[in-house]
Design a protein around this ligand. Structure first.
Ligand SMILES: O=C(O)CCC(=O)C(=O)O
Ligand SMILES: [Fe+2]
Length: 233
């Protein structure tokens, strides 16, 4: 049982039990757990993070150019104080549920702010560090405006291929609060926001890639909080 304390002092209520997360097994030993509406009242946390986190713009080398990273970032290493006590409680709840299976605790927290539909993250695996060679987990809390989080197998077949080489999962439709997963051409799609949790596990960082694509529609801001073990990034 999750022992709510700080959360009970607000009108947010605590996170829902992680035992109700639904696991989707993907090809190649990857899996994804999804718990829509994990954190009820998540919009209050969203507003606090939006104003209290020292969001940084970054620039990165891309081939021979230096380009703006199309989202704002903040990173909290294991010894850093998190920007909101609710994040400590969520990390503790994740560790209560997952540490035995993971074999170690989640320790670091990365935050991304997608200001609007022009912000995005390109296809990648979290492969800086052990995620490139070992099974691991990355747990992502989504706050604010829902955006699609897409997953596809690495070295995916051409989109027009009629003979996909990967076993594809099938998904139910939309769930209660609007989160939904769908699958098309080997790509798995989760619409995440407003307190939804997605945990990528098994070989997901090695054998699959994930992305939050740009959107041409008017899109409000989304914050994601990624909890990772030590040495995974
Ligand atoms: O915003 C998200 O949900 C994904 C972020 C991500 O993939 C990353 O920071 O590595
Ligand atoms: Fe990632």
């Amino acid at each position: 049982m999750f022992q709510a304390s700080l959360l009970d002092d607000t009108d947010e209520g605590g996170p829902r039990p992680l035992s109700s997360a639904r696991r989707t097994r993907l090809a190649h030993g990857a899996w994804v757990d999804v718990l829509p509406g994990w954190l009820p009242g998540a919009d209050a946390l969203f507003e606090r993070l939006l104003t209290s986190v020292p969001w940084r713009a970054e620039r990165r080398h891309m081939y021979d150019r230096v380009v703006d990273v199309p989202r704002l970032l903040a990173f909290y290493d294991e010894r850093d104080e998190l920007p909101d006590p609710v994040l400590d409680e969520l990390k503790a709840a994740l560790n209560d549920h997952y540490a035995a299976e993971l074999g170690e605790p989640f320790r670091t927290s990365g935050l991304c702010l997608y200001r609007d539909g022009r912000d995005s993250v390109a296809w990648h695996g979290d492969r800086i560090g052990r995620g490139a060679t070992e099974d691991t987990m990355v747990a992502i809390l989504s706050l604010g405006t829902p955006r699609p989080l897409l997953l596809r197998p690495r070295n995916a077949p051409h989109p027009n291929s009629t003979t996909p080489t990967n076993r594809s999962p099938t998904h139910g439709g939309a769930s209660g609060n609007g989160s939904s997963a769908g699958e098309r051409g080997g790509t798995v799609r989760f619409e995440v926001g407003h307190g939804d949790l997605v945990v990528m596990g098994g070989s997901c960082q090695r054998t699959w890639e994930h992305a939050v694509p740009k959107s041409a529609r008017a899109t409000g801001p989304r914050i994601s909080v990624q909890f990772r073990p030590r040495g995974v990034r």
